[in-house]
Design a protein around this ligand. Structure first.
Ligand code: BGC
Length: 251
């Protein structure tokens, strides 16, 4: 089954058609810059442009960098504050004239990695952390996603964890990979001491540079990197829209 997967991020809105049975992209991957300011109206227009590019009339799954509950945005840490309380699924459905499912971006990546990537076949708890502008997280227990975990927003070092240990913090404070890696290692140990996952999977921009800080990572659990790289968000977003098929048939 093919679904259009869209990954909405702070700098880019990326999409491709995904075969959700195999986890493969069946089209090219298109990227548009995230509008600035990233208001609901402007982002909805870009999502519609993506769907139009593919002449898409089927289901759409979207990853979005916020807590999403029942189709509504609850938080806006790294996107325009106007998003809070917006019914994002209804907004995108109106813009694209398609049925749309929206989930947290890290949850989408986690779902894809758990099924087709680094978390495949793992028993117990896998925590995926996406390290970019913010820190996103996905909890996958025995292959099942537990959504909206938001581990980037743990209180840590007198502030918010992602302000201390994200890739944006590395850039903002001009930290070397070594110095930032030590910070990130402290954060990983904190996460480990709270949840004792069987494996921590690192995704997002910083994970592609793992060789630059791997030597300072020392956590008493397995730490590995994501396998689907920048496609995980798109694949998982498409997978999450599968639930629309069942709901649609019941209506
Ligand atoms: C947001 C999360 C998101 C993460 C990565 C955080 O600031 O709160 O919802 O998953 O950034 O985009």
């Amino acid at each position: 089954m093919e679904i259009l997967g869209i990954d909405i991020g702070g700098s880019g809105i990326k999409g491709a058609i995904v075969n959700i049975t195999t986890g493969q992209l069946t089209s090219e991957r298109i990227r548009y810059a995230t509008p600035d300011p990233s208001t609901p109206k402007a982002v909805a227009k870009t999502v519609a442009k993506l769907a139009e590019h593919f002449h898409w009339k089927g289901l759409i799954g979207c990853g979005f960098p916020s807590v999403i509950q029942k189709g509504k945005v609850l938080t806006a840490a790294n996107i325009d504050k106007k998003w809070v309380d917006i019914r994002v699924e209804a907004l995108f459905e109106e813009a694209t004239d398609c049925l749309v499912k929206v989930v947290n971006d890290a949850d989408a990546a986690g779902l894809a990695e758990a099924t087709f990537g680094a978390g495949r076949g793992i028993e117990g708890l896998a925590i995926l952390l996406t390290v970019g502008t913010g820190i996103g997280s996905a909890f996958i227990q025995d292959g099942q996603l537990v959504p909206n975990s938001e581990l980037g927003h743990l209180r840590f070092k007198g502030g918010i964890a992602e302000h201390y240990a994200s890739d944006a913090a590395r850039k903002k404070y001009e930290l070397s990979w070594h110095v930032w890696g030590k910070r990130f290692n402290e954060y990983l140990n904190y996460v480990n001491s709270l949840f004792y996952p069987d494996v921590i999977i690192l995704g997002g921009g910083a994970s592609k540079k793992y060789d630059k800080f791997e030597d300072v990572i020392d956590v008493p659990t397995t730490v590995t990197t994501a396998k689907l790289l920048n496609q995980a968000g798109i694949i998982g977003a498409a997978m999450s829209a599968k639930s629309l098929v069942k709901n649609h048939l019941h209506n």
